[in-house]
Design a protein around this ligand. Structure first.
Ligand code: NAP
Length: 251
């Protein structure tokens, strides 16, 4: 079965690095027009250039998901450049670590404003364009941390990622009448630039706890997103796909 996003416009938040960059590159390779969104125009431009060099079409944008006006501007710029938005990948997220006794109100607000409010604002900004699409899709990047597992230092992060799934289930019901599907990928430990900085020893130790004995790649996540974005997933909504090499399975 082919999963095709050719000639569809995808807006991806948090696309200048890590998983978002992987989603942008893979969907670009599969023929989507990609709006690359992050707070840094230089970061977005670098990924847009990678997509263009590979023969794809991309638009770099600077926007902050925790600022609704900024997300409206990004959605408007995407519609002006590409004529609409068919798929929103609400992927931007932050994961600062702090013991729960030490989490400041400001740290809590930053995590919630980016991961949870940012999900709402990304959806709200793209909603008019999605409603006009023939096959509209929303794909959230949640996590195994929060919905399924816990990890010391990430009480605020876990709460935000579990919160995304509460949002998803009602959003899927409300938006079904518009034909918009809302699904989420739940990555395990994915090898991103940030993680690589933790060193070989740490990465080897992490990999040894995963049944498949390796960390995930950003492409592993992107292919899950590609499925939810595809025509073949038209009747799938409100669902989650864990992509973790079996990490959550052992007792
Ligand atoms: P990353 O490498 O740190 O990239 C985060 C991206 O989000 C960057 O492009 C960043 O660009 C952007 N961003 C951050 N705050 C933003 C804001 N307020 N507005 C717009 N863009 C913003 O992170 P990652 O590891 O790829 O994680 C991506 C998503 O996957 C997150 O939702 C994370 O929770 C989830 N996840 C990751 C893993 C993992 O192992 N890596 C596991 C489970 C879930 P700027 O800073 O320039 O804005």
């Amino acid at each position: 079965m082919s999963t095709v996003v050719t000639d569809r416009t995808v807006l991806i938040t948090g696309a200048s690095k890590g998983i978002g960059r992987g989603i942008a590159r893979v969907l670009g390779q599969h023929g989507a027009r990609v709006a690359v969104v992050s707070r840094s125009i230089a970061g977005s431009e670098a990924v847009a250039e990678e997509i263009r060099e590979a023969g794809g079409t991309a638009l770099p944008l600077a926007a902050d998901v925790s600022d609704l006006a900024s997300m409206h501007d990004a959605a408007k710029a995407t519609q002006q450049a590409f004529g609409g938005i068919d798929v929103l990948c609400a992927n931007a997220g932050v994961f600062p670590s702090a013991d729960l006794g030490e989490i400041t109100e400001q740290e809590w607000d930053t995590v919630m404003n980016t991961n949870l409010k940012g999900t709402l604002f990304s959806v709200q900004a793209c909603l008019p364009a999605l409603r006009a699409s023939e096959a509209p899709r929303i794909v959230l990047t949640s996590s195994i941390t929060g919905p399924i597992t816990g990890y010391p230092g990430w009480a605020h992060y876990g709460a935000s990622k579990a919160g995304q799934l509460g949002f998803l289930r009602t959003a899927a019901i409300e938006l079904a009448r518009d034909g918009i599907t809302v699904n989420a990928v739940l990555p395990g430990n994915i090898l991103t630039e940030g993680l690589e900085g933790l060193g070989e020893d740490y990465l080897r130790k992490m990999a040894s706890t995963i049944p498949m004995q390796r960390l995930g790649t950003v492409e592993d996540i992107a292919h899950g997103v590609l499925y939810f974005a595809s025509p073949q997933a038209a009747y799938v909504t409100g669902q989650t796909l864990v992509i973790d090499g079996g990490q959550v399975l052992p007792e």
